[in-house]
Design a binder for this molecule. Structure first.
Ligand code: HEC
Length: 163
């Protein structure tokens, strides 16, 4: 048994060596650096996600006069939404954060929000109004879907907008 394991280990090593040899580029492995988050998912929601999403919804508003869309700002806000995926996946200091991020459906909603945000980013880069409108619709659907399942009526962390 032990011998077989060693053989498998050796085989694996040889494979790795072979893979390294055959490739010219150096592959740098991704390293997850553990850290203690200073903020909660609730705070990321209010201070980052909500702000960024509202900018995109306003920009996609069909009442906007033609040419009024600030595409560079749409791009920046789409990037803010995309970057929030890390906080939504790693969790934060909120009491429920670790429990939320461990759930499969949570991650699916995070991915839905990310897909909509990537569509918004691409729409901004190609200055495509129709595609931005689709991104805005998909974005609101992702917020609502996750809130239906995970957001209590009163925020657990109590951090909300003043209005
Ligand atoms: C993956 C799940 C998930 C997604 C996606 C999500 N939210 Fe949230 N959101 C939550 C949870 C859970 C809370 C409650 C957090 C707490 O109170 O600790 C929350 C809270 C909030 C709050 C603060 C509470 C309040 O009522 O004012 C706002 C604002 C908010 N979300 C906006 C958004 C917007 C806008 C989107 C979409 C662009 C979005 N959220 C997408 C899970 C999600």
């Amino acid at each position: 048994m032990k011998f077989a394991c060693r053989l498998i280990a050796l085989g694996g090593l040889l494979l790795i060596v072979a893979a390294c040899d055959s490739s010219e580029e150096m592959v740098v492995p991704r390293v997850n650096i553990p850290f203690t988050p200073e903020i909660s998912i609730n705070e990321v929601m209010v201070a980052q996600i909500d702000h960024a999403a509202h900018f995109i919804w306003d920009a996609a508003n069909p009442d906007n006069p033609a040419g009024a869309i600030d595409w560079l700002e749409v791009e920046h806000h789409a990037i803010q939404l995309i970057s929030s995926r890390a906080a939504m996946t790693m969790g934060g200091s909120g009491v429920n954060d670790a429990m939320w991020i461990a759930q499969v459906s949570w991650r699916e909603y995070v991915n839905l929000m990310n897909d909509a945000s990537v569509l918004a980013l691409n729409s901004a880069r190609s200055q495509d109004v129709e595609s931005l409108s689709r991104a805005a619709d998909r974005l609101v659907e992702s917020c609502e879907a996750c809130h239906r399942q995970f957001k209590p009526d009163i925020p657990t962390e109590g951090f909300t907008h003043p209005h």
